[in-house]
Write a protein that binds this ligand. Structure first.
Ligand code: ARG
Length: 406
């Protein structure tokens, strides 16, 4: 008996994979794993229902708390970003793969299957985790391999072919025929692809957004919110201590109501393709803004400069899904050390799509009112005279040399 663990979202692609596993790839036992990282409850329900209809052994893993604590919080500490995108889909993939690995180990599976295509980033992220943790298991990607043609060759699946195949195998696909957008959702963000959305010169229609209001529909009055941090991780809202899940959910709702968190990027994908991407990340954008503001208050100038390089490298590794890479761990050692001082509160004003820092406070603030204030007597301004004179000395010497022939 051969067993395959299918990473299962319940959507069309991965549903098609179920009969394919049996009929084409010859597995006698298909185990589906759906990982709940905060996608709509309806998606989870549909996955369970379809798995039941198709007769797989199914597991749903609730990984929401783990996702926030082990994936989103490190992303906050590293100001997690790739080209302006808060890496929301990217950081969920290693966890989804990890849960599939746990199931595979438990049941002694022979192989994995996933629904990633050969164009995107997810194939890299998911397979890296599987290969790292269980190097001996086979990995099958039916969507990437394409459809088997009568002459034995392979050809990419078209959407219509997938729907026909699904219907022929008893998978109900109501409305699927006119679903235009490909959406990926988790607690950290929502990404919207498909149709014309990938084109750089196409204005995204308002209808693609579900988590963030359009500016015209946001409340006239701004919302002020104070976020408290402990070791670089958000722990309170307006002084109230909340669980990570409650905290993210509340910020999500508030920021979304005020139209905060839309991100539209020209993204360089791992294979080098430039693809335009739309995201809604109200909680991520808000919490990242607050975290950066607090770091700016407590870190030295040199630390901030160096950390921006570290963060950038971390963001790129996270984007690529290299979650267990030694360099990533090395970077995290640096990041975590600095986070020990990233404690305090940040006040934000959410209004008409913007998220503005209006106040910050920390016991570790490298700010001295007496030194910085215009009325300060402690700072002896006459001492600046000599320091100013040496400023740009080498630069001035250079200009003296350039001008000597004139
Ligand atoms: N391009 C993004 C990433 O690689 C998001 C992909 C999300 N997929 C989707 N079907 N909307 O992380």
């Amino acid at each position: 008996m051969s067993t395959v663990v299918l990473v299962y979202s319940g959507g069309l692609d991965t549903s098609v994979c179920i009969p394919l596993m049996r009929d084409e790839y010859g597995f006698s036992r298909v185990v589906t794993v759906t990982v709940d990282v905060g996608q709509p409850a309806e998606d989870i329900r549909q996955a369970e229902e379809r798995a039941h209809t198709l007769g797989t052994e199914h597991t749903t893993v609730d990984a929401k708390a783990e996702f926030i604590e082990q994936y989103c919080w490190p992303a906050v500490q590293a100001n997690g970003d790739y080209q302006g995108y808060p890496i929301s889909t990217a950081i969920a993939r290693p966890l989804i793969a990890l849960k599939a690995v746990e199931v595979a180990k438990q049941i002694g599976a022979d192989a994995y299957a996933h629904g990633c295509t050969g164009k995107g980033n997810d194939q890299f992220r998911i397979e890296y985790i599987m290969r790292t943790l269980t190097p001996d298991l086979a990995i099958i990607a039916p969507m990437r391999e394409g459809r088997k043609m009568p002459d034995g060759s392979r050809s990419p699946w078209t959407r219509t072919e997938e729907i026909d195949y699904a219907e022929a195998h008893g998978i109900s696909v109501p409305q699927t025929r006119d679903k235009i957008w490909s959406i990926d959702e988790n607690l950290w963000g929502r990404s919207i692809e498909g149709g014309h959305l990938e084109e750089p010169d196409y204005s995204p229609p308002e209808e693609i957004f579900q988590w963030t209001r359009g500016i015209a529909d946001t409340p006239a009055a701004p919302a002020n919110v104070e976020i408290g941090f402990e070791n670089g991780v958000p722990v309170t809202i307006n002084g109230e201590a909340l669980s990570p899940l409650d905290l993210v959910s509340r910020i999500h709702a508030l920021a979304g109501e005020h139209g905060v968190g839309r991100v539209d990027v020209m993204e360089d994908r791992m294979l080098g393709l430039k693809v335009r991407e739309n995201y809604e990340c109200p909680a991520a954008v808000t919490l990242l803004t607050a975290h950066r503001a607090l770091e700016a208050l407590v870190c030295t100038q040199a630390e901030l400069k160096f950390k921006s390089l570290v963060d950038r490298e971390w963001g790129e590794m996270a984007y690529k899904g290299l979650w267990y890479d030694p360099l990533k761990e090395d970077l995290e050692a640096f990041i975590l050390r600095i986070q020990e001082r990233v404690c305090g509160t940040v006040r934000l004003r959410l209004w008409r799509g913007s998220c503005i820092v209006v106040g910050r406070r920390s016991d570790w603030a490298l700010y001295n009112e007496d030194l910085a204030s215009f009325d300060s007597k402690t700072f002896d301004q006459s001492e600046s005279v000599g320091i100013v004179k040496t400023h740009g000395m080498q630069s001035r010497m250079y200009w003296a040399l350039r001008n000597r022939s004139k």
